[in-house]
Write a protein that binds this ligand. Structure first.
Ligand code: RUB
Length: 367
């Protein structure tokens, strides 16, 4: 992604691996500070996923794959039996970080499978190679989603998006923001409405920042304003990302996505989900089977940002003892979805069939 870093405009990835170390942009500090975090072990990587230093389905999938590679490297001097026990314990730790995005589970499964044959050193090499392949797949998938999604955006198109499904949710480019980047870079005049996305404000803190860095015209709106702009005829299309897509097309994404889909239908607007084939969960027949993460009430009770002196501050906005419910995601029923922008093309209803066919094409990439 194009960022202004250390006074220079440069291309930066969200995360990458350097030997046993994983390096990533600490997303908790954005947009105020661009800092690269170095994670020296799989335990540190698991903490970074849990604390959302890295977040977004694609990015946490890549991070989890790197976590397995780190565990394999940490255990390379062990006996085969101890190596296997250490790596499966690491998989367990990484699996417990966040429950909803399936990319995390698919990436762990792929790396564990890769590390299950040969000597310890061969297993280490295979785990690392598979983790790196997942990262490259992620890059390639976002490039393809950018191309396929761009075809849906005409000159002058006004797009509404929710949460952050951008480069920060992937290695680069993103899912929902990938077509927006391609359209903008190809000279189309587009405009983006970025939902704030309470409680963690990924739209305000991350999507707005990404669009600003890229020079895409946009406006940040509060979550409650989406229907207002749709009804005024000022939105042409809604594109969001996804954390898990069931076999029938029901889609889990950031809390608030469902109501945007219903509003889009009410206002006659196309509602697209952009996601790589890694995000489909064929083992999950419908959205009812998707585990929804319940997050810490502190995210609702407190806000985090900088004061006038640019010092980071955490401020309580509710009364002590306020009762809070904080689901991280919701499920949008497939009937509200116009299509899926994927790395192999745009899937159209009936989704049961189009998803099954798509996954047959990419059976090497999904579990
Ligand atoms: C992120 C979120 C994003 C999807 C899309 O939630 O809901 O829309 O993960 O991801 P969180 P991607 O910030 O809680 O992780 O674009 O990587 O498929």
């Amino acid at each position: 992604m194009r960022v202004n870093f250390n006074g220079k405009t440069q291309e930066l990835w969200t995360l990458w691996r350097e030997g046993v170390d994983v390096k990533l942009i600490d997303q908790r500090l954005l947009p105020h500070k661009l800092e690269i975090l170095t994670l020296h072990s799989h335990c540190e990587t698991a903490d970074a996923i849990r604390d959302m230093a890295v977040r977004g389905a694609g990015a946490i999938g890549v991070a989890a794959g790197y976590g397995i590679a780190q565990a394999a490297l940490e255990a390379k001097g062990m006996s085969l039996k101890d190596f296997q026990a250490f790596v499966s314990e690491a998989a367990n730790t990484l699996q417990k970080t966040r429950p909803t995005a399936v990319n995390l589970f698919h990436a762990i499964d792929r790396c564990i499978k890769a590390a299950s044959r040969g000597s310890v050193l061969e297993r280490v090499a295979s785990a690392c190679a598979e983790a790196d392949r997942i990262a490259l797949d992620d890059l390639e998938a976002s490039r393809k989603m950018g191309e396929y999604g761009n075809a849906l955006l005409g000159d002058g198109c006004r797009i509404l998006t929710h949460c952050n499904a951008g480069a920060l949710a992937f290695i680069d480019n993103g899912s929902a923001l990938a077509p927006i980047r391609v359209a903008h870079r190809s000279g189309k005049h587009i405009f983006v409405y970025a939902d704030e996305t309470r409680p963690r404000s990924q739209g305000a803190k991350l999507t707005a920042w990404e669009l600003q860095q890229e020079g895409v015209p946009y406006a940040l709106i509060v979550d409650n304003a989406a229907g207002y702009y749709m009804r005024r005829g000022e939105v042409d299309i809604v594109i969001v990302g996804a954390d898990r897509i069931a076999a029938n097309g029901d889609t889990a994404n950031k809390i608030g996505t469902y109501e945007k889909a219903v509003l889009a239908r009410e206002n006659g607007l196309p509602f697209y989900v952009a996601a790589p084939t890694m995000t489909f969960d064929i083992k999950c027949p419908t959205g009812k089977g998707i585990e929804i993460e319940e997050r810490n009430p502190d995210e609702v009770n407190w806000v985090f940002g900088v004061d006038e002196d640019d010092a980071f501050r955490r401020v309580r906005i509710t009364a002590e003892g306020t009762t809070v419910l904080n689901p991280g995601f919701d499920v949008t029923p497939a009937k509200y979805i116009t299509g899926f922008i994927t790395d192999i093309g745009v899937l159209k209803p009936p989704f049961g069939r189009s998803i099954r066919d798509a996954l047959r094409v990419r059976k090497d990439k999904v579990c």
